[in-house]
Design a protein around this ligand. Sequence first.
Ligand code: ZN
Ligand code: ZN
Length: 358
Amino acid sequence: MAKRFCALCGKTDAPLVENLCYTCYFKKNPPFSIKNEPEIRICPNCFSYKLSKKWVQTKSSNHTDFLEQAISQVLSLLIKHSPEFEITVQPQITEEMELTDKIEVPVLITAKKDDIVISETLPVTINIESSPCGVCTGKRRGAFEAILQFRGLRGRISEEEKQQVYDIIDKTLCLERYKDAYISEIKEKKQGFDVYVSSIGLAKSIATSAKELMGANLQESFKISGMKDGKRQGKISLSVRLPSFSVGEIVQTPDKTIIFEKIEKGNPIGKNPETGERSVIQYKELWESEIQSWKPETKEYQIISITENFLQLMDLKTYEITEIKKEAPHTNLKEGETVKAIKIDEKIIILTPEPENQ
Ligand SMILES: [Zn+2]
Ligand SMILES: [Zn+2]
């Protein structure tokens, strides 16, 4: 009896369909088909494409990369194939491609089922439809859900603080969960600036970072601004007040005085000017009590004499001599030494020298 063999490849030990082994059969009769001239909708302003009903934003920064992702995703949905085959679609884009209305792209399609692998490169003509995605439409309309009002504790915000806030905004916008969110506008104001934010979530996230990193005080007000599709459209405004302390400034609460250094987890930290000890003003204390802050004038004195109870100091600019009470932090001072001092409430406070100056 004649052995049955595949009419194309000659394989003998395989089951045959229409005189062909499975691999040869499916090569002749591909288990998939592509719709003629499929359409891909892309946003002309950002690298996003529409996948069935939703817009997908890619991380691409060039057309080649972007088209590869968009085509492979969209075609995967558009390809008709026998369900037992697993299909992968790999567009073969080799050079920088112009985004015209119609592009022709060789697409490598691989169908896999158990040990049968059929791959074929087909030239596919794709219609490119260009229309702004939801995010870009919103941006263009200036749509926003929240306004962040950044204000300084003393009626102004420094350039430095503004930069810090901008850095926070940039970092937050990079988070995956805010990939579709955006800032629609930033308006400069006399006492600070207003940031118009596309989503309440993003606004709150920025405000929380400003609280933790800059010690900001947050106050939310919710405003209903109308109805849309039978739903209440809420917009909120969040007031973000920044403490606006600069390094070296005296910050005083009713029972604490520090020379401001930095903010950690929302709490201002600095040195107690008299003892040099590190001291923390709690966030709650900062915003709920009477706070004063000012840039102290630092003067240089020479210690003329030290007695049991007094120190005699000479102002090195005016040569004026002053006597102050000797206190615990003064123990290590020596006659003839030059010290820096500031005045708080008419009291001369000798600053403990920075470690590197010792
Ligand atoms: Zn064969
Ligand atoms: Zn877009």
